[in-house]
Ligand binder design. Structure first.
Ligand code: CA
Length: 235
């Protein structure tokens, strides 16, 4: 048995499938390919891959159906590949349990970065929340027990809500969290215009307190119309 990471690529467009497969193999991963949802399910059962790269537009079913099915009892990381630029498709896939998405066309560097990040975070999150657990990335430190956040050893004074948002994002670091998921976790209830506004105001204040310059991804990436992702490493 090889100890390489196994990645299942589910994509019906041959040139894209070949491109991703060759790219992953060249970078030390083992690639397995499927053209349909049906094939993907078969291969998933026999290979138990460490990660799935999933196109949404497949000939037999929509890829989102596979996400729902897998998420019934499986936390295998899933990166969705979508030609569609519609926000609703991405949000839907994320809400069903996908970890991240990439919009076609994409470059090799971008794909490899997402793959590394998702694999690293799924390992990180498996360790779970131990007592006295701390989240440390670059010069950011979160002390969950003390409910304190430090940047470059200096405490950042956050409100309770701001702290709760950051703690929640860090517990799911590397995963794009949709507005609806964050709002449900922090305030309960659903994402309407006013709760999204409230979230955005909180995020703007957090960024300011973190010292982020406008347009800069400082630990947290904002995908407009989709959600927020805490990055394991600042981009
Ligand atoms: Ca397709």
């Amino acid at each position: 048995m090889s100890n390489k990471y196994r990645i299942l690529i589910v994509e019906d467009e041959n040139n894209i499938q070949t491109f991703i497969s060759a790219l992953l193999e060249a970078n030390g991963y083992q690639a397995i390919t499927a053209n349909t949802c049906y094939q993907a399910e078969m291969l998933y059962g026999s290979y138990l891959p460490d990660l799935i790269i999933l196109d949404l537009g497949l000939p037999d079913k929509d890829g989102s159906e596979l996400i729902s099915k897998l998420r019934e009892n499986d936390s295998v990381p899933i990166i969705v590949l979508s030609a569609r630029s519609k926000e609703t498709d991405k949000v839907n896939a994320l809400d069903l349990g996908a970890n991240d998405y990439i919009t076609k066309p994409f470059g090799s560097a971008e794909l490899l970065a997402r793959v590394r990040s998702v694999l690293r975070n799924s390992r990180h999150n498996e360790l779970g929340r131990l007592p006295n657990a701390k989240f440390i990335v670059g010069d950011l430190l979160i002390d969950y027990e003390a409910r304190q956040i430090f940047v470059k050893d200096e405490e950042i004074k956050l409100t309770q809500t701001e702290y709760n948002i950051i703690a929640f994002l860090s517990e799911h670091s590397g995963k794009m969290m949709t507005y609806a998921t964050i709002i449900k976790a922090i305030w309960g209830g659903c994402a309407d215009e006013s709760s999204i506004k409230k979230l955005q105001v909180n995020m703007a204040n957090i960024r300011k307190k973190f010292g982020a310059k406008p347009g800069e991804d400082y630990y947290i990436t904002n995908e407009l119309g989709v959600g927020y992702r805490m990055n394991e490493k600042p981009d």
